[in-house]
Design a protein around this ligand. Structure first.
Ligand SMILES: Cc1cc2nc3c(=O)[nH]c(=O)nc-3n(C[C@H](O)[C@H](O)[C@H](O)COP(=O)(O)OP(=O)(O)OC[C@H]3O[C@@H](n4cnc5c(N)ncnc54)[C@H](O)[C@@H]3O)c2cc1C
Length: 505
């Protein structure tokens, strides 16, 4: 007879570990009583990066019952409407990837087909003119969507930038208040059942054994349980995602707090700028095959806009995924489950979606293999779509000023992505597969940003006479510009509603 599982042991107290602890504490409170223990080692520490998110995080916090403004104040957070890509298509060119659609579908025909028609008629068209979020971002303004003017165009999502260690701490307080046991200790080895290979306990430095039914591996890149113990295997995607190194540094914040992340393409990778209330996160992601640490560091230091607050720190990674995130009674989350790269801030979102899968297929003592296989299938499919979306950024660039960019344009790409690009180029159709994290609007933002023009558009877009279409687009543009006037400047919004005690302006 299968029994409900009761004892869950989480190893690792970074963002992944505490997101897991908070989620399971909530599950225990509302659904199935569990004894959850989290073991982390303050001697080992956390990765200390991972501060930009995508909109799912808003729902994640909401489902935990977290008050948004309290969370913003406590984590020095700011709001994120999307990402501004600088120098990606070509040097001196910028475009914006908003968390919202462009325009509105008309008579079941995607809005972008109407824009392609206008373009074919000789008009200069930029999708961003028809996105409320893009306009807000350009003006440096922010409002929560429910408080914006009532126009159907003002429908957008948003995410956050936050201090990663403060967020982990915030969730720690939440989880410990809900009976999660917290141990600060080093796990020295892992015990397995001699026949099944299932994990039975983790053993701490002082010899204490912590037994469990389900073990969640949140130990970061090393994957102490999923890889070092269970040898699940890793799939390396570096032939598609060339970047394998990061240099991260924090600076004093200067200038306005942008309601977006900046991503600036460099010779052999790109740099991020993440504005928080009290400082700015900066980093250079690069390919060690195409540049050296010395050169990447020099470029990073030269481009910093504020005074450095620490030394630049090198982090190496292998872009790819763990072959299975769930193996036997071990479930891997966060960096232990794999890492692509931070280009679209997808890693924290993957922790969240993996946790949702764990709850959807919550095991009992039988650890049904079909359930485990389905979770792995769903996760792997999700990751493949995400991988393709990231590769797109490199593949579509028209930069030819370095070996890195030349390689990106000429490299082979997955068939799934090649098919997508071909369908868009031939008829403006956006192919969407199962388990896509980035919806049609995001793919359109990329195609528009990288100036990909389809050879044809949907015939039905020809039904509207050109003058009527032009007039409608003008009205839409005016409505967007007008509606974007009323929200506050992003910094003013934070100051008025959710200013942290360490705020600096
Ligand atoms: C350069 C870079 C930039 C990134 N930027 C983003 C971003 O903008 N957005 C985003 O979503 N994601 C980003 N990520 C990913 C993000 O940082 C991670 O997904 C997130 O921080 C989760 O990390 P983690 O908790 O899995 O691992 P870690 O933070 O490394 O935590 C590992 C934990 O395991 C513990 N541990 C390890 N071994 C033991 C042991 N033997 N005993 C006890 N405890 C142990 C450690 O003490 C620590 O608590 C970025 C990653 C990198 C490398």
């Amino acid at each position: 007879m299968s029994e409900p599982i009761r004892r869950i042991v989480i190893v690792g107290g970074g963002t992944a570990g505490w997101m897991a602890a908070a989620t399971l504490a909530r599950y225990s409170e509302t659904t199935l009583p569990l004894a959850v223990t989290l073991i982390e080692s303050s001697d080992i520490g956390t990765i200390g990066v991972g501060e930009a998110t995508i909109p799912g995080i808003v729902d994640f916090n909401r489902q935990l019952g977290i008050d948004e403004l309290d969370f913003i104040r406590s984590t020095n957070a700011t709001f994120k409407l999307g990402i501004r890509f600088e120098n990606w298509y070509q040097q001196q060119h910028t475009f914006f990837h908003p968390f919202s659609a462009f325009g509105m579908e008309v008579d079941q025909v995607g809005f972008h087909h109407y824009l392609h028609r206008m373009s074919a008629l000789g008009n200069a068209i930029n999708f961003e003119d028809y996105s409320f979020a893009c306009e807000l971002a350009k003006q440096g303004r922010f409002a929560q969507p429910h408080s914006t003017p009532t126009t159907p165009l003002a429908d957008y999502s948003y995410a956050y930038h936050f201090d990663a260690s403060l967020y982990a701490n915030y969730l720690k307080i939440y989880a410990v208040a809900r009976q999660v046991t917290h141990l600060d200790a080093v796990v020295e080895h892992v015990q397995q059942h001699p026949e099944t290979g299932f994990i039975t306990a983790v053993v701490l430095q002082d010899g204490t054994q912590v037994e469990g039914d389900l073990f969640i591996d949140c130990t970061g890149f090393q994957g102490l349980l999923i890889e070092q113990t269970l040898h699940t295997g890793y799939e390396n995607w570096q032939h598609w995602l060339l970047c394998d190194s990061a240099l991260a540094i924090q600076t004093e914040r200067t200038g306005d707090i942008t309601p977006y992340t900046r991503s600036i393409a460099m010779d052999a990778g790109w740099q991020w700028r993440i504005p928080l209330q009290h400082r700015c996160g900066n980093g250079h992601i690069f390919s060690s095959h195409f540049t050296s640490e010395t050169k990447a560091k020099e470029q990073l230091m030269q481009s910093l806009e504020g005074k450095p607050l620490n030394e630049a720190r090198r982090i190496n990674f292998t872009p790819g995924r763990r072959k299975q995130i769930w193996h036997k009674n071990c479930f891997a989350l966060g960096l232990a489950s794999g890492f692509l790269e931070p280009l679209e801030s997808t890693s924290i979102s993957l922790i969240q979606t993996a946790l949702a899968k764990l709850l959807n297929f919550f095991p009992d003592s039988s650890f049904n293999q079909a359930d485990i296989a389905e979770v792995n299938r769903l996760h792997n499919t999700e990751l493949e779509q995400m991988r393709d979306f990231l590769i797109l950024h490199y593949k579509l660039s028209q930069r030819n000023d370095s070996d890195f960019w030349h390689h990106c344009q000429t490299m082979a790409i997955p068939d799934t992505l090649a098919h997508k690009i071909e369908l868009y180029k031939s008829r403006g159709h956006v192919v969407m597969y199962d388990q896509e994290s980035f919806q049609e609007a995001s793919w359109l933002a990329m195609y528009n940003g990288f100036h990909v023009k389809p050879a044809r558009y949907d015939e039905r877009a020809n039904k509207v006479p050109p003058q009527v279409l032009q007039q409608k687009l003008q009205q839409m543009r005016q409505a967007i510009v007008q509606a974007a006037q009323s929200p506050m400047k992003h910094a003013d919004f934070i100051q008025a509603h959710c200013q942290a005690s360490s705020w600096s302006r």
